[in-house]
Design a protein around this ligand. Structure first.
Ligand code: ATP
Ligand code: MG
Length: 340
């Protein structure tokens, strides 16, 4: 059956989409960016190629789009092209008779949005199933989503932060913030301009955040160089930034995440609160790679945090588990189709 049936998981993200086969250890990570020709509206570049064009390509010639915003489809035309591209990239065996594709959607997406995902990928010889992202994230952390004790996972992605507590294979409580990694990049761009009269693009801002970003003071604070456009000279220039200053730039959103987690935990049933105290919580998504989350949540909220290795791949790993044991996880898929 294996040769003629390909099982593929697609984690369609606001910032990056990840594609994997049922049991392969190699993942394809593609920026969720697409460039359309402004005149013909046909796609000219996808992924990395389209991301590089951001802020560089002539705006009247190309339309540079991130098809997802806040974790859900915001541009249907672009999303359709982008999803077809992902499916095409993920197919290994052109002779396969059937493609089973599992796509994840945020907990907060409505039924209409969920339906739109299906319509976009559905085609000849392709069956689509959906799973809500928090279930996949928890499975990717090797947590038992069917246990009565419950488990709590925070996913800090590009477009959304979702805090989910799951027990008995159901969502007990989900809190979300519709701003995450992309918003952090934007905060860096704005604050560099306002406080330092220095202009950097979002891609540079993201690079700075990934390399030097932190959420709690560290022993090895340092100063680093940033290249961009100096507003005072109106020419290319360099400036210096300290890691503490970068942390201050991000603090409003980091504090919002911390406060949301605090109120999420307070709202949980007492039994599950006890599990949180004994087992702690799990942190996944690309944003989990910012330095200092563990110390911050431990010191400020008294909560123990586990971050799995490569937290940006937790969702896709969980999706692979579902693909490999469809019967075991059937009920999760059923819950995932419903509106919430
Ligand atoms: N080392 C790092 N430090 C800080 N942030 C990082 C790091 N690596 C990646 N990120 C950020 O993580 C975000 C992407 O995470 P992820 O791939 O989990 O999001 P997504 O699935 O695309 O978004 P969403 O789930 O919200 O739709 C981006 O904003 C990226 O800049
Ligand atoms: Mg995600």
């Amino acid at each position: 059956m294996g040769i003629f049936r390909e099982r593929i998981a697609i984690d369609l993200g606001t910032a990056y989409s990840i594609v994997a086969h049922e049991s392969s250890a190699k993942f394809l990570r593609i920026p969720s960016n697409i460039a359309l020709d402004a005149a013909t509206r046909s796609p000219v570049a996808y992924g990395d190629d389209a991301k590089i064009m951001m802020g560089k390509a002539p705006v009247n010639q190309f339309e540079l789009i991130r098809p997802l915003k806040d974790g859900v489809i915001s541009n249907f035309e672009a999303a359709g092209h982008y999803l077809s591209y992902l499916v095409q990239r993920s197919r290994k065996n052109p002779l396969a008779l059937q493609y089973d594709i599992l796509v994840c959607v945020p907990w907060g997406a409505t039924a209409v949005e969920v339906k739109s995902y299906i319509e976009r990928v559905k085609s000849f010889r392709t069956s689509i199933k959906l799973v809500r992202e928090p279930f996949a994230a928890a499975l990717g952390c090797d947590l038992d989503v069917f246990s009565a004790n419950g488990c709590t996972v925070i996913d800090i992605g590009g477009g959304t932060v979702e805090i989910s507590t799951i027990a008995h294979g159901h969502m007990i409580f989900c809190s979300s913030i519709r701003a995450a990694g992309n918003a952090m990049d934007q905060m860096i761009v704005e604050k560099m301009l306002r406080q330092k009269l220095f202009e950097v693009g979002v891609n540079t801002a993201e690079e700075i955040k990934m390399k030097y970003g932190s959420v709690y003071p560290e022993d090895d604070e340092e100063e680093f160089e940033v290249r961009g456009l100096d507003r005072r000279t109106h020419g290319p220039g360099r400036t210096h930034l300290r890691t503490e200053t970068l942390r201050d730039f991000l603090e409003p959103l980091i504090l919002e995440i911390e406060n949301r987690l605090k109120s999420h935990l307070k709202g949980l049933p007492p039994d599950i609160q006890r599990t949180v105290l004994s087992q702690g919580i799990y942190l996944v998504g690309g944003g989990a790679l910012l330095k200092g989350w563990k110390t911050r949540f431990q010191k400020k909220l008294g909560v123990h945090v586990t971050i799995p290795e490569e937290p940006q791949y937790a969702v896709i790993r969980g999706m692979q588990k579902i693909l490999s044991k469809p019967r075991l996880y059937r009920s999760l898929l059923k819950v995932s189709q419903a509106n919430h």
